[in-house]
Write a protein that binds this ligand. Structure first.
Ligand code: HEC
Ligand code: HEC
Ligand code: HEC
Ligand code: HEC
Ligand code: HEC
Ligand code: HEC
Ligand code: HEC
Ligand code: HEC
Ligand code: HEC
Length: 510
């Protein structure tokens, strides 16, 4: 008598009989202990496949297509390896289908002839703990992650088709196929059901999950510039795998997210700590030296939870001299060096704590620490993360990397944090104008004069990231811009491309 314990999947129960026949038939027919075709056993792969095909054709027309696909793939997956593959029952060869699917004669039967219920416990029986690389963090972490707990986390199809089992939400099977799958480019790595970002975007296209697909279609995005197949889960701490020289530049969802460890306690994070949406991701820790020197770099793997996980450290895998960046792209780790004369406060608090609070907006102040993603992100303010934007450099607001005159508008990037009334509006109240040191009354030709009246954009005078030797993020050698710049205790002096040498005095001390 057959007992079916605790399963909710009636469709699968109906099909159970068929898959049961198939597996035992196949394994009897092949006269082999393992399902893996091996020519040493006296049968060529081709004959073996034909044999399988015949059996399946007669018995299982509906499984035929799926099965032939699996035949060419499973053997080449880590599950199917006779040396290192699946192993549950020592009496059955390693890598055999029967490590997961029982033969037809046992007393207790589960759908699809599995040796137990078709749920995550099946996977946990071998995947209870984290992998060496730490990308798969083990059951404890996965069970609290959003892809396990959100009831909408169900594979939507179309290929493979939508999951219909009632307990589908949160299953590993929403992203993985234990038999492996193949697409036009070959076997999909990591037993995933779909490759790279296409896996994520099958759900993250607005239904059932947040729309990231839309972001990547925008004119500036992290993924459009490079070909597929460059990311791999074992790229780890080898800088060459991210390098321009080897043609290995890439940015995949899994470079910044760990699908097994996304938690929603996001509101608890403060910069520079990465959001829970980026937890358990590998990163580059920096040990800063003097200005204009490369910092010491230390690769930290995904599973190192002892070390802090700062968002900028994820970016440094690709945007610092740890690896080789494309020609002309600045080394962000050098620019954000906290030993520099000035920098936007990403790695730590800024060098200019006395800036008047009225010159800020959006809840920021001189003591704030900010994320790269506070500036690099979607033009849609409801969505976080540097996926795509309609603005160049994947910025959250418009900003042009050139100093030619133009009208600077309220919606520009800088005014997410800096007050437009202070830096642009020449007609604003003195409360706001005096909040900048470089403004009336002390300096008639200050910010509001230059930016608001003469249409000189911030870029002509300021770097966006850091300035190794000069205070106030001053950039020199830009055209149009400043050729020389110096500060003294109550002001400073500059020689711009626009007029002769000028000096200024401060509204309030630094
Ligand atoms: C690591 C465990 C594991 C191994 C090894 C394994 N399977 Fe499966 N198999 C499963 C699971 C889990 C399912 C249920 C999949 C699902 O619900 O999407 C399944 C489902 C199936 C199905 C039913 C497919 C369907 O669409 O309903 C067939 C047929 C099958 N396996 C054949 C095989 C064959 C043949 C092998 C060896 C080449 C094999 N399996 C190896 C775990 C395994
Ligand atoms: C009987 C033991 C066993 C079961 C059950 C099992 N696995 Fe595995 N799994 C393994 C082994 C062994 C490896 C290979 C480890 C290695 O080579 O480093 C592996 C590797 C993997 C990999 C990495 C593949 C790669 O190419 O890097 C994934 C993903 C995976 N398993 C998912 C699953 C899922 C999902 C389930 C449940 C449907 C499952 N496994 C069930 C034993 C098992
Ligand atoms: C939301 C999608 C998703 C779900 C759900 C998911 N995984 Fe994964 N898994 C991935 C992706 C993507 C990778 C490859 C990561 C990469 O390329 O860096 C991966 C890789 C792995 C690896 C290989 C890790 C390594 O170190 O090479 C294992 C093992 C694994 N997953 C097991 C599981 C198990 C077991 C479950 C369920 C408990 C599960 N996964 C659920 C997306 C998922
Ligand atoms: C089977 C569907 C599915 C797949 C595949 C999937 N996700 Fe998700 N994901 C969800 C659902 C559902 C949520 C929760 C609802 C939401 O946030 O939109 C979610 C949430 C997230 C979140 C947190 C969003 C938030 O607002 O808190 C991130 C980040 C994420 N997924 C990244 C990924 C990445 C990266 C991949 C690919 C490796 C991936 N997802 C694949 C369904 C999926
Ligand atoms: C795994 C590699 C990788 C990681 C991690 C990464 N990026 Fe990128 N990023 C790229 C690639 C590749 C490009 C395309 C240009 C290039 O090769 O640098 C790019 C482009 C950009 C651009 C646009 C530059 C341009 O030339 O248009 C910005 C801005 C950016 N990244 C910011 C970030 C931020 C912020 C982070 C961290 C949250 C980050 N990146 C993490 C690989 C990465
Ligand atoms: C996400 C918020 C944010 C955005 C957007 C932002 N800033 Fe800042 N900025 C800050 C904070 C916080 C400080 C204070 C650092 C300090 O006091 O040392 C700061 C300081 C500065 C300083 C003074 C630095 C010093 O050490 O004296 C300049 C100059 C500056 N920002 C220019 C810009 C420009 C130009 C833009 C637009 C391209 C911009 N900022 C966009 C948050 C931001
Ligand atoms: C205060 C806002 C702000 C912050 C914070 C910020 N950026 Fe930027 N970033 C910009 C702006 C504005 C530009 C375009 C103008 C420019 O290049 O100066 C830019 C340009 C870039 C570029 C393209 C540079 C080029 O010339 O190709 C990259 C790459 C980049 N940022 C990465 C990062 C990374 C990584 C971080 C965090 C470690 C970061 N940014 C933090 C505002 C910011
Ligand atoms: C360069 C790094 C990077 C890449 C590549 C990347 N993300 Fe993100 N993602 C982030 C960061 C940073 C956040 C913001 C986290 C926060 O602030 O809470 C984020 C946020 C998200 C969110 C939540 C958005 C929201 O506000 O609701 C989802 C969903 C997500 N990412 C999915 C994806 C998917 C899917 C891919 C691949 C198509 C991807 N990400 C690629 C860095 C990245
Ligand atoms: C003509 C050159 C020039 C332009 C254009 C310019 N700045 Fe400045 N900015 C300076 C100088 C010089 C200082 C240093 C004042 C000092 O000595 O403390 C400064 C200081 C700052 C500070 C430090 C706090 C303060 O106000 O004293 C911030 C923030 C700032 N600028 C933001 C901006 C923003 C945002 C823009 C564009 C809207 C901009 N600046 C345009 C020259 C310029």
């Amino acid at each position: 008598m057959r007992t079916i314990i605790n399963h909710r999947d009636t469709e699968a129960r109906k099909r159970n009989k068929r898959s049961e026949i198939r597996i035992s038939k196949y394994e009897t027919n092949s006269k082999s202990e393992s399902w893996i075709p091996r020519s040493s056993r006296g049968m060529t792969d081709l004959k073996r496949s034909l044999c399988l095909a015949t059996v399946l054709f007669i018995l299982l027309p509906t499984f035929f297509a799926t099965e032939v696909k699996a035949a060419g793939v499973y053997n080449n997956t880590k599950h199917g390896s006779p040396q290192t593959g699946v192993m549950r029952d020592a009496a059955i060869p390693r890598g055999s289908c029967r490590q997961c699917h029982s033969e037809g004669s046992g007393a207790i039967k589960y759908p699809k002839s599995l040796w137990r219920e078709n749920d995550n416990e099946l996977c946990y029986s071998c995947h209870r703990n984290e992998t060496l690389s730490g990308i798969y963090p083990g059951q404890r972490v996965y069970d609290t992650s959003i892809h396990r707990t959100d009831p909408r986390a169900v594979w939507p199809g179309p290929s493979p088709s939508v999951r219909r089992d009632m307990d589908a939400a949160g299953k590993c099977l929403n992203c993985h196929d234990p038999h492996g799958r193949k697409d036009r480019s070959g076997i999909i790595p990591d037993l995933l059901i779909s490759r790279e970002e296409t896996l994520c975007m099958s759900c993250h296209d607005g239904d059932p999950a947040g729309d990231i697909k839309r972001e990547l279609r925008k004119p500036y995005s992290h993924l459009i510039r490079q070909g597929p197949g460059k990311h791999s889960s074992d790229e780890g701490g080898d800088p060459a795998r991210y390098s321009y020289a080897g043609g290995n530049r890439h940015a995949e969802c899994s470079d910044c997210h760990n699908a097994h460890a996304i938690d929603h306690s996001v509101s608890l994070q403060t910069a520079p700590s990465a959001s829970g949406k980026n937890s358990r991701v590998s990163r580059i820790h920096v040990l800063n030296g003097g200005p204009e020197t490369n910092p010491g770099y230390q690769y930290i793997s995904a599973n190192d939870t002892g070390a802090p996980l700062n968002e900028y450290e994820i970016c440094y895998k690709c945007h610092s001299s740890w690896t080789q960046q494309p020609p002309g792209q600045p080394d962000m780790a050098r620019l954000f060096n906290t030993n520099n004369a000035s920098f936007h406060p990403v790695e730590g608090q800024g060098k200019n704590p006395g800036i008047d609070p009225n010159s800020f907006t959006g809840g920021f102040n001189a003591f704030s620490i900010i994320y790269c993603s506070d500036c690099h992100g979607s033009n849609d303010s409801n969505l976080r993360g540097p996926h795509g934007s309609q603005f160049p450099n994947i910025l959250r607001g418009p900003y042009e990397a050139q100093g030619n005159t133009r009208v600077v508008t309220r919606d520009e990037l800088c005014f997410i944090c800096h007050n437009y009334e202070t830096y642009v509006n020449a007609a604003s109240s003195s409360l706001f104008q005096q909040a900048s040191r470089l403004n009336p009354p002390a300096s008639a030709n200050g910010h509001v004069f230059h930016v608001g009246q003469k249409n000189i954009p911030c870029y002509a005078c300021h770097d966006s990231h850091g300035s190794a030797r000069l205070g106030a993020l001053i950039a020199i050698r830009r055209v149009p811009g400043l050729q020389t710049f110096s500060m003294n205790s109550n002001g400073g002096a500059c020689l711009p491309t626009c007029h002769g040498q000028q000096s200024y005095t401060l509204n309030y001390p630094r």
